[in-house]
Write a protein that binds this ligand. Structure first.
Ligand code: HEM
Ligand SMILES: *[C@@H]1O[C@H](CO)[C@@H](O)[C@H](O)[C@H]1NC(C)=O
Ligand SMILES: *[C@@H]1O[C@H](CO)[C@@H](O)[C@H](O)[C@H]1NC(C)=O
Ligand SMILES: *[C@@H]1O[C@H](CO)[C@@H](O)[C@H](O)[C@H]1NC(C)=O
Ligand SMILES: *[C@@H]1O[C@H](CO)[C@@H](O)[C@H](O)[C@H]1NC(C)=O
Length: 340
């Protein structure tokens, strides 16, 4: 009897273990994240996260647009060589990630440098630039709510290589259609749910006209402003045309920016998904999320703000685990813009 109970007990714990293993095996990102944990600097630099928040909040208070800059910086960092702060490296020959075409409008580097200087003063050589990027994204977006919107695991270490070529090859293009985006995300261990949910990052910030003007002008080669992408809401298309300066001489306005969530482009909320459902997504890469049944279903669920905030927590955690360097890999840079 006792033996029978023990076997039952054992098999249920074996089952539990198998379930845990299966769950952690679903995304390759989780498997790669060994070494990241919440509060990694608790002993080595207890003030670390407070210092980051303080400097970031001070800057975001003066310039709310920085939240979009840091959220996008984190995405670009993680998608190129993993979340290793390669996006921060300068190159004397202009061949680093920040010199690549998709770098357009990356910013906030000076704030990262200021955070790093404060951390080096408090705990020299301890906190990685890769973790600063991850924390700055969370803190800048959370400033609006004065509480952390998601947890950040720490323990990343910094890479030593940054390549414009690799940025081009790994940052998805705004002209991408669904299957391409899904392939680009799955290469990073992220799935369909992550693709849809993380696209919600476009609830803050701006986009340059030239990155969506082909949807507004000459969509089918007719060379006129009525030649609009039929997947765009017509009045939204008119709004975008009014913002951008497009004509035969200038079909590609590359200087004007337009808010991606007009009306609340500084507010991190689920409006992106409300707009998207109304066919008011700025890029082809946004609109295309409605062309897949499963993705469109997720867009429907994300009409609920509570569902969005929970889903975003999970997906951005997974993004922060992409190909991270931990343990004794990589280094802790002394200056974020240069390798040691
Ligand atoms: C699904 C693939 C994605 C594509 C194709 C894409 C593309 C773009 C493009 C073209 C811009 C405009 C850049 C400019 O004109 O200056 C942009 C902006 C932005 N993206 Fe994405 N993005 C994607 C995913 C993400 C993800 C996963 C995040 C973060 C979770 C993100 C966050 C942002 C933010 C915050 C901005 C605004 C930046 C600013 O205001 O300067 N994007 N994105
Ligand atoms: C992005 O690349 C362009 C072209 O190489 C360069 O002029 C610009 O300074 C880069 N932006 C940043 C933030 O480094
Ligand atoms: C995205 O995926 C497509 C299809 O696999 C591939 O051809 C393309 O190079 C990928 N682009 C990026 C930026 O990962
Ligand atoms: C309009 O599209 C056609 C076909 O793609 C192209 O040949 C033409 O150069 C475009 N016109 C402009 C002004 O970009
Ligand atoms: C914008 O377009 C103009 C004209 O085509 C070009 O000369 C310029 O280099 C472009 N600027 C950027 C930042 O791409």
């Amino acid at each position: 009897m006792a033996k029978g109970l023990m076997i039952t007990g054992m098999s249920s714990s074996v089952l539990a273990l198998l379930l845990v293993l299966a769950a952690s095996g679903i995304g390759t990102a989780s498997a790669q994240a060994a070494g990241l944990k919440k509060g990694f600097y608790k002993k080595s630099c207890p003030q670390a996260e407070d210092i980051v928040q303080k400097v970031v909040w001070r800057h975001v208070a003066g310039n709310r647009e920085l939240a979009a800059k840091f959220l996008r910086m984190f995405f670009h960092d993680c998608f190129v060589r993993g979340c290793d702060a390669s996006v921060l490296l300068d190159s004397p020959t202009n061949t680093a990630e920040k010199n690549a075409v998709p770098n357009q409008s990356l910013a906030g580097f000076n704030v990262i440098d200021e955070v790093k200087a404060a951390l080096e003063q408090a705990c020299p050589g301890v906190v990685s630039c890769a973790d600063i990027v991850a924390l700055a994204a969370r803190d800048s977006v959370s400033f609006q709510y004065k509480r952390n919107l998601w947890e950040v695991e720490t323990g990343r270490r910094d890479g030593t290589v940054s390549s414009a070529q690799q940025a081009l090859a790994n940052i998805p293009a705004p002209s991408s259609t669904f299957d391409i985006l899904l392939a680009n995300f799955s290469r990073k261990g992220l799935g369909l749910q992550d693709l849809v949910v993380l696209s919600g990052g476009h609830t803050i910030g701006v986009g340059h006209c030239n990155l969506f003007s082909s949807r507004l002008f000459n969509f089918t080669g007719k060379n006129n402003p009525s030649d609009i992408d039929p997947s765009l809401n017509p009045s939204y298309a008119k709004f975008l045309q009014g913002q951008c300066r497009l004509n035969l001489q200038n079909p590609n306005d590359n200087t004007t920016v337009v808010p991606m969530d007009p009306g609340s482009s500084l507010s991190f909320d689920n409006h992106y998904f409300v707009n998207l459902k109304a066919h008011q997504g700025m890029f082809t890469s946004d609109a295309t999320l409605l062309t897949n049944g499963r993705a469109a279903n997720i867009v429907d669920k994300l009409q609920d703000p509570g569902v969005f905030f929970d889903a975003f927590k999970n997906s951005i955690k997974r993004m922060g685990q992409i190909e991270v360097l931990t343990g004794t890999n990589g280094q802790i840079r002394k200056k974020c813009s240069a390798v040691n």
